[in-house]
Design a protein. Structure first.
Length: 339
């Protein structure tokens, strides 16, 4: 088992370019760095990521945040023309009298039959309404809109996957994270998604291998039952230069939640969930600055500082799902020399 934080959440140079927009259109799944050969592709033609970077659903295409053009910790201002078909979305967890109540997905749709299943299904059928913007964004977003660090054309890099698992908790929509044990020499105390490197038994890295790996690692690290997870999307593969890992972010809906815990206390300090409303709260957002000068998005939630690869992916999901709210990019959080 390769622990996610140790593998992915290293030097911020791996995510300093997150947020670039305007990648070439008309790419194939292979060009886009997606997992090919999946049944039940989500969405369809015409779905595009939300471009309302300012977080105002009434004003799609407004430049992001308060920091001005292309200078904010690797987050260029959104070019409304680069992402056509801007969508709007209700921010989950925030009061909206006109919005429908969050529902529970139907249990009669296809689902993974355990990690060892010969075939894994990716479907958006039965998702709660609040999660649909994430599914649409996952279908439409281009690799360059996620990061400037993309897998090498040579095919080099160790194939890996993380599970980005959304659930419906006591405080509304939430996201599952874990925190590395503080005594670890590398990135002790750092939050991350569950995940790790693909094993040979996971199968083809170009098809269902990342799906199986994401579920397997999540089960090994948090104890969750993968049978209760509906996979509904796959984001473009990203590259972590500092470690040489090619990471496939796999999106899941925790349709049937099960108890979770830190399975190995020597590696994991805790497993916890974060309300999406807290992640979108501007008061909990900041720019993390590494001692080497690299900078990237960060979240101060659940007594933790979420930064690096994990924070970068969360930032992009919120942006393209239309959940992002204006936040102060000048608010800086320094990382120590051991980060």
């Amino acid at each position: 088992m390769t622990h996610t934080s140790e593998t992915y959440d290293g030097d911020l140079s791996g995510i300093e370019g997150l947020g670039r927009v305007g990648g070439p259109a008309g790419r194939t799944d292979a060009d886009r760095g997606r997992t090919g050969g999946l049944s039940g592709r989500i969405g369809g033609p015409g779905h595009a990521p939300a471009a309302n970077g300012a977080g105002d659903p009434a004003r799609p295409g407004t430049p992001r945040g308060t920091g001005g053009p292309a200078t904010d910790a690797g987050h260029p201002a959104t070019d409304a023309t680069a992402v056509p078909g801007a969508a709007t979305a209700r921010v989950p967890g925030h009061t909206d009298p006109a919005a429908p109540a969050t529902g529970t997905a139907s249990s009669d749709h296809p689902r993974p039959d355990g990690v060892g299943a010969s075939e894994l299904v990716v479907t958006s059928e039965g998702l709660p309404e609040w999660l649909e913007p994430v599914a649409r964004a996952a279908e439409a977003v281009e690799p360059e809109q996620m990061s400037r660090f993309l897998p090498p054309e040579s095919g080099d890099g160790r194939q890996s996957a993380v599970l980005i698992l959304f659930g419906d908790g006591p405080r509304g929509p939430e996201l599952l994270l874990m925190e590395r044990a503080s005594q670890l020499r590398s990135h002790g105390g750092q939050p991350s998604f569950p995940g790790g490197a693909l094993d040979p038994e996971d199968g083809d890295p170009a098809t269902t291998g990342p799906l199986r790996a994401a579920l397997r690692e999540a089960e090994e690290e948090t104890g969750l039952d993968p049978a209760g997870v509906q996979l509904f999307g796959v984001l473009p593969r990203l590259y972590i230069p500092v470690s040489g890992f090619v990471v496939t972010p796999v999106l899941g809906w925790w349709r049937e939640p099960t108890p979770v815990r830190a399975v190995d206390s020597g590696e994991t300090a805790r497993v916890f969930t974060v309300p999406v409303a807290d992640l979108t709260d501007p008061a909990n957002r900041a720019t993390a600055v590494h001692p080497k000068g690299h900078a990237g998005p960060a979240f101060l939630v659940e007594s933790a500082l979420v930064w690096g690869f994990t924070a970068g992916v969360i930032d992009r999901i919120m942006h393209y799902a239309g959940w992002e709210r204006p936040w102060d990019r000048a608010k800086r959080v320094p990382l120590d020399w051991h980060a």
